[in-house]
Write a protein of this length. Structure first.
Length: 287
């Protein structure tokens, strides 16, 4: 019987040419994988973006168009900052499964989190021109994604890692993700005001996959242009942590049946635990 090591990503690294991205994750704490490396066409990304905008309309009642700011006024935080987060998208459309099981994402996530990592959130993020009433340079304050675990952290073994699929062009003016290169090596949270002067924008065209370490300091710049910034994101965690959103036992059979990597999908959703047949209370029998 073949003895496959689930942490062995050498085949995907070779097939897709990921060595540079592995190095960037280790040295910089973030990498941008271009569309050409992913081997996906424009339609793939447009379907993903349109599915997010469709769910946004169903949940908020507001029609979103990529080229313009929403005409409706939102209460609370979306109205103050100019962004809307849509959670639990895996239940809405098969395209949200495809972003989870893409072999490049799987390999880079396995590099950061090892085997049997879990999906922690399945979110879409729609951001529009930052209202003038919001005065700060960043609309998402600088943080790390694994701040739920007290520092110090070992960047080589992050508890959490993240993926962002860019579904519109990311530039500083367009309110891009901002991060501090090499900050993951610090193994701690930034002090107040420490990160912004050191930060750079993630400049990435639509159709890119941004992956980053849970120790990396990041936030987002205010959006000074009209229209939408749309992204699909997904924090993942190591298997000893409970995900932020609970997908176990809730993903439809049809979603698994249509997946190109159902075993990995089951692992992401914690639906593999029953298959492992590990009884944590088992007592060894006397011989
Ligand atoms: Fe974050």
């Amino acid at each position: 019987m073949e003895n496959h090591d689930p942490t062995d990503i050498s085949e995907a690294v070779e097939t897709y040419g990921l060595a540079r991205h592995i190095t960037e994750l280790d040295e910089i704490g973030l990498t941008v994988v271009p569309q050409s490396t992913l081997g996906l066409n424009d339609t793939w990304f447009e379907q993903l973006r349109d599915a997010i905008l469709r769910v946004a309309k169903e949940r908020s009642g507001v029609t979103f168009d990529v080229a313009t700011n929403p005409t409706a006024a939102f209460e609370g935080r979306p109205g103050v900052i100019g962004h809307l987060i849509l959670s639990h998208l895996i239940h809405e459309d098969q395209v949200f499964e495809k972003v989870l099981t893409h072999p490049v994402k799987k390999a880079l996530m396995t590099h950061m989190l090892g085997a049997r990592h879990r999906l922690s959130v399945s979110d879409g993020w729609i951001k529009w021109q930052t209202p003038d009433t919001w005065e700060e340079e960043s609309t998402t304050g600088f943080h790390t994604d694994q701040s739920v675990v007290p520092p110090p952290w070992n960047w080589r073994l992050p508890h959490i890692a993240n993926m962002n699929w860019t579904l519109t062009d990311y530039t500083r003016e367009n309110g891009a993700l901002a991060y501090v290169p090499g900050s993951h090596l610090e193994g701690r949270l930034p002090e107040p005001g420490e990160a912004l002067p050191l930060a750079v924008p993630v400049e990435a065209p639509m159709g890119s996959l941004v992956m980053f370490n849970g120790c990396t300091w990041h936030g987002a710049y205010r959006k000074t242009t009209p229209g939408l910034r749309v992204a699909m994101l997904g924090q993942h965690s190591r298997p000893y942590m409970l995900p932020f959103q609970d997908f176990k036992g809730r993903v439809a059979d049809e979603t698994y049946a249509a997946s190109e990597d159902p075993d990995y999908l089951r692992s992401l959703m914690r639906d593999d635990e029953d298959q492992l047949r590990v009884d944590p209370f088992a007592v060894p029998r006397a011989q």
